[in-house]
Design a protein around this ligand. Sequence first.
Ligand code: 3HC
Length: 294
Amino acid sequence: MPQIQKALVVGAGTMGHGIAELLAIAGYKVYLNDVAEDLLKNAMEKIKWSLSKLQERGEIKESIDSIMSRITTIVGFPDIIKDVDFAIEASPEKMEIKAEIFSKLSQILSSDAILATNTSSLPISKIAENAKNPQRVVGMHFFNPPVLMPLVEVMKGDKTSDDTAKTVYELAKKLGKQPIMINKDVPGYIVNRILAAINGVACVLVEKGIADYFTIDAVARYKLNFPMGIFELLDYTGIDVAYYVGKSFEEYDKSASNIPLCSIIQKKFESKELGVKTGKGFYEYPQGKYVKPD
Ligand code: 3HC
């Protein structure tokens, strides 16, 4: 199995900056990409905050500066990334964006480099069509926030080689995660299919006027033992993400027709109330960051 030395994370948003942080903690040299300097600056501030929390709790021994020095921010794809052997994209959940990234990376990186996608719901095989070497393309799905959530789903596309999937599975272990391997390309992997079904049931209860968000979230927390309420988690992860997951099921997987896109999620998406990231979703976040609802 090839050793991974240098990594590239494409997209410094909610998931991308957390994945870059994890790789840097584990000792890898990381390039963190986005389309503008201010997005990268914001991402580095979030990484610093998160590392300071981990340090407070004694979960990292190395200094914050030393970990952060392994992350180089880059706008676009400059030549310095040529010898990266592992790239993971965490870009917006749109096929055309991922297609462009995979085709660009295929031109720049060696054909042996692994190209992973953190897609929430798009088929790996479809994304891989844009890569020169689809055997080296794989799904590697982290959960928000990546530094705290233990599970990683590794999923093969139709052409992903066993060696690629195994290398990424081992990488997840090196990052301190508990990986699972999914050998069939299923949009939404396992977790997001289950979550979408749970969201759907909760939405129907609201639509029918049986319960409000707050009541359902109380049930989730205090009876089902979820760490967050169902609507609270939608706000935390981003209502746009749930929307795109639903859309992807409609487009790529007819067998998911029993998990329809909930109309409340659709309305919130259309009115750009996307949760924590926009300051308002099902709850309000005037400071633009997550706080437990009262
Ligand atoms: N880095 C480091 N520390 C962090 C952190 C981060 N990114 N985020 C939160 N923390 C810290 C908090 O600061 C706090 O520390 P403190 O007590 O020292 O201040 C500690 O973690 C606990 O946080 P909170 O008190 O705010 O709240 P919780 O106890 O509820 O924990 C949580 C927060 C870990 C996020 C927990 O609520 C949780 O597990 N929620 C569920 C998250 C989840 O299910 N994520 C997956 C979503 S699905 C997904 O991502 C897939 C995608 O494809 C849709």
